[in-house]
Design a protein around this ligand. Structure first.
Ligand code: C2O
Ligand code: CU
Ligand code: CU
Length: 560
């Protein structure tokens, strides 16, 4: 196995530390700064750090964002040899000063201990990983987005009991992008992810290395993964998972959104282009992402999505991100200038959470379930944030840049994305019945094959969602697909459409998860081509984890 030569090893950023130190020493000088940068960003570009204004720190975001480093939580491991990944109870401070027991993927590697490591690997490289299940229940690791064979996919059918191991051995067939790994034991996926099990999986190739070189990106410094997780924390600061009643139908919402398992985080950036690889690893919450500074929304560049870079960067000002999806975003902070602060937000939207699940079980307009359990059945905790409500996710403080600002290259992936014609159409209908969401009128049957596809065939799947339903992020294992058309979209989505097929910017490029809103029919094109021998069974499911755990999944056999 050989990793691409020339991959930059992750190094702690002395530059960043220096700047943070300088900012802290100088204290708040932000008011003057705010006026100063309005004179225009061109003047700022060559400015000396010492003379640059400093941002005003917002006490509502007291915690430094956890970023991938050399070890520990989210430490980066370049996969160059066999790994042992242990799912187990770990002790961690989600809220500062409140250590709690939660779950994590622990890896010992070259003398260091990692929890939920960012696994980084070259496209085409071989991966050998032993999964050790040290939980008290069944589990399995699924590599979300990877086009591996069924034996290595981590389909719930392969879940192993407590105290046993599963061996993975595969070659990474994907192009560069941000993928992720998480448990997938049927009925327990939401609980295990909510308790902490989830990590990023970064694949790299020549296109990625070219972009990184052009924009001088460094993972953990100027290339920052943001794992968004809506969690319910109890008063001790521990994740509490206990959906009741209609929470199984609407999804279990958190009472706070953590970014990289950091509560109310801030991050210092410099006045240059930064990249954010944003993953929605929440159970049910959808975000409408935007960056705001001084009361206006900032333009950002959409570099890519689930399955890698777009042919060219696309300007955008907001993006919906549903559970399972990723967006790769670049933001040029030289345009706001040193001294500014920027808020990463989820803007308000209509969550469209559908009908009351049963007479007498009202859900209210914001989808928040009234406390359904007996008094005292849950540990004390703050009430969940309403679905679709505006949320300030993170504060970014802009410090002076040391190097000239570089522009985002026009072409990111010159190969483009092939067209999709001559395919047969398959209808996939979503509905609900007795408080459960279904695919083609059926609930998941672990051993049954719901859909059979001939290996090598091209198909268009026409996914329809009834108008009285709720949004469903539909995810395919084993393949990446393209979104071809969006019809019947609600106004808040139609506004974002780029052309007559109704696609929004985040529909472009390769996808493994697509959000289907109530009333929509979304057509996706899939080429079921791979080189694996024999039948392969994957699945297609909703990535709202309560929906998935309650059976909104279907097995898909790729017949050799
Ligand atoms: Cu991330 Cu089967 O899912
Ligand atoms: Cu997946
Ligand atoms: Cu769903």
């Amino acid at each position: 196995m050989s990793l691409a030569k020339g991959m930059t090893a992750l190094s702690p950023s002395n530059r960043r530390k220096l700047l943070i130190g300088a900012a802290a020493a100088a204290g708040a000088a932000g008011l003057a700064g705010g006026l100063w940068w309005r004179h225009g960003d061109d003047r700022m570009r060559g400015e000396e750090p010492a003379r640059a204004p400093l941002p005003v720190r917002d006490p509502a975001f007291p915690n430094a964002l956890r970023v991938p480093g050399a070890r520990g939580m989210y430490g980066v491991i370049d996969i160059t040899g066999p790994l042992a990944i242990v799912a187990k109870t770990v002790h961690h401070e989600i809220l500062p000063g409140k250590p709690v027991a939660m779950l994590g993927f622990e890896v010992e590697h070259e003398g260091n201990r990692y929890v939920n490591p960012v696994l980084r690997v070259a496209s085409g490289a071989g991966v050998r990983a032993d999964f050790w299940n040290a939980l008290e229940e069944t589990s399995i690791i699924h590599w979300h987005g990877l086009k591996v064979d069924a034996n290595n996919d981590g389909h719930p059918h392969y879940a192993i009991p407590a105290s046993s191991t599963y061996q993975y051995n595969y070659r990474v067939p994907n192009r560069a992008s941000t993928y992720w790994y998480h448990p997938h034991a049927h009925g327990r996926t939401a609980a295990q992810i909510h308790q902490g099990l989830a990590g990023l999986y970064i694949v790299e190739d020549a296109e990625e290395l070219a972009l990184r070189k052009a924009l001088d990106f460094e993972l953990g410094v100027t290339d920052v993964p943001l794992v968004l997780q809506d969690k319910r924390l109890d008063e001790t600061g521990a994740p509490y998972y206990g959906p009741e009643g209609s929470e199984w139908m609407h999804g279990y919402l958190g009472n706070g959104v953590l970014v990289n398992l950091t509560d109310r985080p801030h991050l210092d950036v410099t006045a240059r282009v930064h990249r954010f690889r944003v993953l929605n690893a929440s159970m049910a919450r959808i975000y409408r992402l935007a960056f705001e500074s001084g009361g206006r929304m900032l333009d950002f560049a959409l570099l890519g999505g689930d399955g890698g870079l777009l042919p060219a960067a696309r300007p955008a000002r907001e993006a919906f991100l549903s559970p399972g999806e990723r967006v790769d975003i670049a933001l040029d902070f030289s345009r706001v200038g040193p001294g500014a602060s920027v808020t990463l937000k989820s803007l308000a939207f209509d969550p469209m959470c559908g009908p009351a699940p049963a007479p007498g079980v009202g859900t209210g307009p914001d989808c928040v379930t009234p406390p359904g359990g007996r008094a005292g059945s849950r540990p004390p905790q703050a009430p969940p944030l309403a679905d679709g409500s505006p949320i300030e996710l993170m504060k970014l403080y802009v410090l002076a840049a040391r190097a000239p600002v570089r522009a985002i290259p026009a072409a990111l992936s010159p190969g483009g994305i092939p067209g999709h014609s001559g395919a047969s159409v398959r209808r996939v209908a979503i509905d609900h019945h007795r408080m459960a969401w279904r695919i083609n009128g059926r609930l998941f049957d672990m051993r049954g094959i719901g859909l059979t596809v001939k290996s090598g065939s091209r198909e268009i799947w026409e996914i329809s969602n009834p108008a009285d339903g709720m949004p469903h992020p539909m995810h395919m294992h084993g393949f990446q697909f393209r979104v071809l058309e969006r019809a019947g979209s609600p106004e808040q989505v139609r506004r974002l459409a780029l052309a007559e097929r109704g696609l929004t910017a985040t529909d472009l490029g390769w996808k493994d998860t697509v959000l289907v809103w109530p009333g929509e029919t979304v057509r996706i094109g899939i080429e079921f081509t791979h080189h694996y021998v024999g039948d392969q069974v994957y699945m297609f499911h909703c990535h709202n984890l309560q929906h998935a755990d309650r059976g909104m999944m279907v097995n898909v056999r790729i017949a050799a």
